[in-house]
Design a protein around this ligand. Sequence first.
Ligand code: PRX
Length: 679
Amino acid sequence: MTLAAARARVLRALSPLHPLGWVSVAAWRRCSQAGPPAALPHGGYRAWQEQAARDPAGFWADVARGWLRWDSPFHTACQPGRPAGPARWFLGGRLNVSVNCLDQHVEKSPNRVALIWERDEPGTAVHVTYRELLDLTCRLANTLKKYGIQKGDKVAIYMPVSPLSVAGMLACARIGAVHTVVFAGFSAESLAGRIMDSGCKAVITYNQGVRGGRILELKTTVDEAVKNCPSIKHVFVAQRTDNKVHMSDCDIPLEEEMTKAASVCTPESMDSEDMLFMLYTSGSTGKPKGIVHTQAGYLLYAAFTHKYVFDYQQSDVFGCVADIGWITGHSYVVYGPLCNGATSVLFESTPVYPDPGRYWEVVQRLKINQFYAAPTAIRLLLNYGEEWVKKYDRSSLKTLGSVGEPINKEAWQWFYQVVGEGRCTLVDTWWQTETGGICIAPRPSEEKAEIIPAMAMRPFFGIVPVLMDENGKVIEGNDVSGALCIAQPWPGMARTIYRDHQRFVDVYFKAYPGYYFTGDGAYRTKKGYYQITGRMDDVINISGHRLGTAEIEDAMVNSKQADHPDVPETAVIGYPHKIKGEGAFAFVVLKEQTAYTDHVKEELKTIVASKIAKYAVPDHILVVKRLPKTRSGKIMRRLLRKVVTEQSNDMGDVTTLDDPSVVKEILDAYQKYKDKSSS
Ligand code: PRX
């Protein structure tokens, strides 16, 4: 099927119920006030969906002209990727992202609250106005410049969420530097790998972090990481606690410098397609890849989806509890809300600190209107019972959102009925680091349209999903499953993998030429809604955090760095986990099986924590004599998944196995392991 036919399919799916009374975005924008509009225009969702599917370039051009503040207008809205690859958007246009997120709001309402920092210590929230955030951003930008950071330079931010870390991101945007935020739970080795790949010149960090009442030794981790990173010239160290940390010659006390710096910083005028940031994420093979997002298209898509998926209204308090170390934090804590002049909550703590009522106490105290969280947290909290929720007033809530992994029906119902009292819209949002913003979600849609529990359902404006069969053919009709692809470009999509464009093209555009392949499978229901069925590759999703099983395997095996000399081979698979969604299950082969085995297992866990992060540590490590392999030596992980998830003796077709007797061996070992763990 051609792109035009795919588009036509979306239009057909939309058209039967409503004759389209569509109105052009431009015409509507002309009669609306400056700044993000308050509501969908006449004709609503269907009108825009139709326009966006029929003429994506025209649709997004209209939106971009009205939504963003430009230094100079673009001449071409969309240049398709040739021969296969991502499109480029708003060519010739120039703008500054920090001006869109700050200055334009300071001009109109300087005292509007931009950020509410809900610090780990309960009841100590800090409010930061747009004027104050601009001041922080400019001082930080001038400090970076003073120490030689220029347009195009890369800066790592190794900080939990806070006004200073947001100012760090915006300061980079102001001077045209490129930030790469590294989740502050990643190990020194992971941080070093990202710094080396991106060639960062500086790191911004805190002396220490505070989470769940515990201290995180951030500066110590940075010291450990930068030992091996010659590109780093300076480490800017802010103070989150009063504790002293070791400071060397290249360490700069950040607040001290910012006090001395000027509070005005002329914004760099950036090309629409200049890099804004890169964010490392896992794939099924190799090391994490630096996904690159650019200026205008990303910002527009984050802001537009923030407005319409959550029905954000001016003066609402938007509470996305994600960390800025992930794409959700970038798009729906920082860039989307701030571009829309919203008040965005920065949640530094955990859902269970000091008790399992924390989220709802915060909702009551800060009067949060939109609450956006990961299913893993919801699953955790539902175990503690309803009392923790009902203790607090949640009447401010209007929209609830779920992100990052499939939400099971039980968690969805609890979120909807208990937290939202059955009166809030609950949106299960599907998207990826690569897509920049939400692509499939129940809203926006025509008013009061049905929402089916635990389903992302409807494509966003301009998103044309298609399902593919194994032969690369588009699957027509409803009640079908296949590989989820997107048929036409949208402005928020990533442009490349840093320093590896070929890998980008190969991973996302090669499997189904002419389409963006998401790596996920999906089911299209009888009514034409989309249900995500999970990854089709060796990527697992632990507590909403994406991880390649190969990364865990690489960390454990006896590689060149002799990670563990007793472990020549491992295979890691994902298995369903009640709270985390998925957990890692490792099968390992030891050189010698001795009484020493338990000790090796503990060592392996420590190695994974120190090479990647704590969340990557396998829940289970099962020692086996050998792994199931094909005659060409490829590990058949499919069989291992069957053993763990189905516990069935029927392994399907095993004719390609080198030695089929390995199946019984592994089943027996697994059974023994289970018996031992339950005794
Ligand atoms: O498998 C999908 C899953 O998370 C992957 C993207 O992970 P990441 O880039 O880390 O971004 C997470 C935050 C947007 C997807 O390929 N995923 C994300 N949202 C959902 C989901 N799976 C099911 N339902 C969702 N709502």
